[in-house]
Write a new protein. Structure first.
Length: 219
């Protein structure tokens, strides 16, 4: 870890007194640095899939000094959500034999959580064990393919009366907003008593009060 933060004290000085973000950052950084290295045998993350879709399982096998072990024998066991245990054959990647990566194919039959356990051996010696879990059938369909879907966007624009513009058409967007913006009405603020009618009404009311008070003998 390299943190060239010779002016990090400014970060703390600019924070409110109750904000503990600076201290939390350093505590977590020291805790991360103090953690031990990962296991030599590791099951790589499994992509999201639906039941019936073939899954590619990949395992990295290294020795105690973290050197690749392409000549290892790998055993994969998969436990399904129903508790049934399956054994899957794994083989070293042909295009990356020196990397110590092994691949296997597995097709889940039902949705749920699966647990895969990898055990590596070199001859009669145990080289390490790793396990991980993955979910089948719980993927977000919207995030399965987050790439821009132009046909869908065109249909939405047509249905809503809008227009689909590309990133390089910013000038066209500004022109469209300018043409479709409603004409701004000039608002003028005026006080009601700043006219002759208000002045006349006030004088009339004062005169009526004076006449009534004189008539009724009031001072």
């Amino acid at each position: 870890m390299v943190f060239t933060g010779e002016a990090s004290w400014r970060w703390r000085m600019l924070l409110p007194s109750a904000d503990r973000g600076y201290e939390t950052f350093w505590r977590q950084a020291v805790r991360w640095l103090a953690l031990g290295a990962g296991d030599p045998v590791a099951v790589l993350p499994v992509a999201a899939a639906a039941p019936g879709d073939p899954l590619a399982l990949r395992v990295a096998v290294r020795d105690a000094s973290f050197q690749p072990m392409p000549d290892a024998e790998l055993e994969l066991r998969i436990s399904g959500p129903d508790g049934r245990l399956q054994q899957v054959a794994a083989a070293a990647d042909t295009d990356k034999q020196s990397s110590g990566l092994f691949s296997a194919s597995f097709t889940p039959a039902q949705p749920g959580v699966y647990k895969v356990t990898a055990r590596a051996r070199r001859g009669s010696a145990d080289a390490g064990t790793a396990s991980t879990s993955f979910l089948v059938g719980g993927a977000d369909v919207e995030m399965t393919d987050p790439r821009m879907n132009l046909p869908v966007l065109n249909r939405l624009a047509a249905a809503s009366g809008g227009q689909l513009l590309q990133a390089n058409q910013v000038s066209a967007l500004l022109e469209a907003l300018r043409l479709n913006a409603p004409a701004a009405a000039l608002a003028a603020r005026r006080d009601l008593w700043h006219n002759g009618w208000s002045l006349g009404m006030i004088i009339s009311m004062l005169a009526a009060e004076w006449l009534l008070r004189r008539r009724w003998g009031l001072k």
